[in-house]
Design a protein around this ligand. Sequence first.
Ligand SMILES: [Zn+2]
Length: 325
Amino acid sequence: MTRALRDRTYATFEGGKSASSLEGLCKGLLAEQRASWPELRQAYDSLRGTRYRDMACNGFSVRLLFNPGRAVNTTAAVSPEEIRERPCFLCVANLPAGQRYILYRREFLILGNPRPVVPFHLTIAHLDHQPQAIAGHMEAFLRIAADLGPGFTTLYNGPRCGASAPDHLHFQAVPSGQMPIEKEIDGTKGSTLPSLTAGVSVFRMAGLGREIILIEGGDARPVADAFEHYVRALKDGLAPPGQPGEEPMLNAAASFDGKTWRLLVFPRRAHRPAAFYRKDDGKVLVSPAIMEMAGVIVTPAERDFDRLDAGAIESLYREVSLSHD
Ligand SMILES: [Zn+2]
């Protein structure tokens, strides 16, 4: 380990029976960072002013979030040119002064997300600067969910549908139970899809306003295999416009209750609704990523927080979700 890496290491996690709980380490890291790193303290102070509005839509519900301390008129752009011109904020060499992390299984850095949407929001960045892609990393994604325990849900944004750093592999994690979809799938009857993987169940959820695939199983490797099988089928049959070889647009969320992994996949057809690009009063500044697909809709503009209604949310989901019909 280089000296720079060691100095910023709050803790290391290698697993094993004698290991401290990862959830406890993460909460300790966030408490330490809020005390010692002004940027995170300010972000959490601003988070306290977050307003929310719950909205019943046709068959599902959403929670709109507006943080007056973080209101913006424009939003971060992630074009290839802009990415090339900025130093990567997830590379260990470029982390802001004051930011520390948990070194996770010698492969990932667990960091306090400096722009938390909810309290205890974590960013989980790979040690190496490599493109955001889920292929070959789903098992690690599931492993992190299990190591964090049932109190946390891990999140993935595809490189063209919500990832803030498409050039650096990363996940997020948030406390479980805050995203409406987590409860809604329990009461929903999905249709069973054929699973080519023993011990894994695959469902297509119905009536929740957007396409959702649920993959469940008691072992990480078969769940990851079933996911990769689904992604290949998406690529072959329903590939949205993109670069050849690029993964189909999707967001994912995983949790582990001690016995079973539950993996939710949201296939996408568009990154943002057409209204996002409007120049007039009809502009809607919502940029759907995994939290939005799971029912937590961040509205950076107060105007959208006030005026979005159930019909607007339903059509937003229809526009960005990839329907199998
Ligand atoms: Zn990087």
